[in-house]
Write a protein that binds this ligand. Structure first.
Ligand code: KG4
Ligand code: ZN
Length: 339
């Protein structure tokens, strides 16, 4: 018997709904809220209001694109956390109301687990999936973690950032340069025309498999400030060089810990996930490193890197298969560790 899951994602500034049937994607609709752009970051109050306005049209569109009706859904999966509480509440309330009205099970999903399991969404392009156990470098706007993935429902964090996330480093440095939010994709594009050896920023010296990015942000700020005092057109003349130097430093920090993790755990199946895994520099550097070292590298399709409901639906699918459903009175949580 086939299983059809409706996934709902509303943890930050993307309202998304997706339909998955037996691991295969039928639709994945994402409304990325534009309202935050002029503020240079996500405004939580505006995010929850936009989710409220978006949620019904987005779900409706996902059902239409999948060619199904609400009555053909077997369970509803929604993001329980981590994320902005006001945003999570909108998706959770919708999911609960719909599950109650349809008399079908509800499955709560951890957003981070969703990013990792985005590798298991089957579609016409996703042909090879990671083999368990594999290592996943999860790099997003809120998290930077090294995870040993033992099965879809069993993951162990073996390293993480002690301050800013990698995506935050991109976004904060973009803001310093006066670039729009989110800064990651903009820096990625500009870096293509820049010299990555133009400026050497300080790199953290953090033990084990943990990361730190706040020092890099400060080093970036001071380097730019010093050069601007000498030459006020420095930023205008060297924007691509600054972006390329920053991006390559972030990639170096990430990959040095990934190398260490592969050695320590002797796992050569390596995946990346989360918004920063869309970064073209990171993707090519990892592919090259993997080829040199004999790793099997898994890069997610770009459309599954930033927040989306397909990853929530696929995680809900695995949980539902394992009999893990959620009571209607379970509350969303802003902080939620991996299962
Ligand atoms: O996974 P995601 O959509 O949201 C969180 O769960 O945080 O990640 C968003 C982050 C932002 O910091 C954004 O700047 C970054 O992913 N990002 C990128 C790229 N595309 C998105 N960073 C670097 N290069 C990119 N191409
Ligand atoms: Zn995310």
């Amino acid at each position: 018997m086939s299983i059809t899951i409706l996934g709902i994602e509303s943890s930050c500034d993307d309202t998304s709904a997706a339909i998955i049937r037996d691991q295969y994607l039928l639709s994945n609709v994402i409304n990325s809220q534009e309202v935050h752009r002029e503020y240079g970051g996500v405004v939580p109050e505006l995010a929850s209001r936009a989710h409220q306005a978006n949620i019904i049209p987005v779900v409706d569109s996902a059902l239409r694109k999948a060619g199904i009706t609400m009555n053909q859904i077997d369970a509803i999966a929604y993001t329980r956390g981590p994320g902005l509480l006001g945003s999570l509440l909108v998706g959770a309330s919708f999911a609960k109301g719909a599950a109650l009205a349809l008399g079908i099970p509800l499955v709560s999903v951890n957003h981070l687990q969703g990013h990792v399991l985005s590798h298991f969404i089957k579609d016409e392009l996703n042909l090879s999936q990671p083999i368990f156990p594999f290592l996943c470098l999860l790099v997003s706007g809120g998290h930077t973690q090294l995870i040993v993935v033992k099965s879809p429902l069993e993951m162990e964090i073996v390293g993480q950032t002690i301050d800013d996330a990698a995506g935050e480093a991109f976004d904060k440095c973009a803001k310093i340069m006066g670039l729009p939010y989110p800064g990651g994709p903009v820096i990625d594009k500009l870096a293509k025309d820049g010299n990555s050896n133009f400026i050497a920023f300080s790199k953290p010296n953090i033990p084990d498999l943990n990361f730190s990015f706040s020092g890099l942000k400060t080093s970036f700020l001071y380097s730019l400030r010093d050069r601007m005092t000498e030459d006020s057109s420095f930023l205008n003349n060297h924007l691509p060089d600054l972006c390329a130097s920053l991006q390559s430093t972030i990639i170096e920090i990430l990959l040095s810990k990934l190398k260490l993790a592969v050695k320590r755990y002797n796992i050569k199946d390596v995946a990346i996930a989360g918004g920063v895994s869309a970064n073209s520099g990171l993707r090519s550097a990892l592919e090259q490193l993997g080829a040199e070292r004999g790793w099997r590298v898994y890069l997610p399709q770009i459309r599954y890197t930033t927040d989306n409901a397909a990853m929530i639906a696929i995680t809900g699918y695995f949980s539902f298969l394992a009999g893990k459903t959620t009571p209607l009175d379970e509350a969303p949580l802003a902080r939620l560790p991996l299962p």
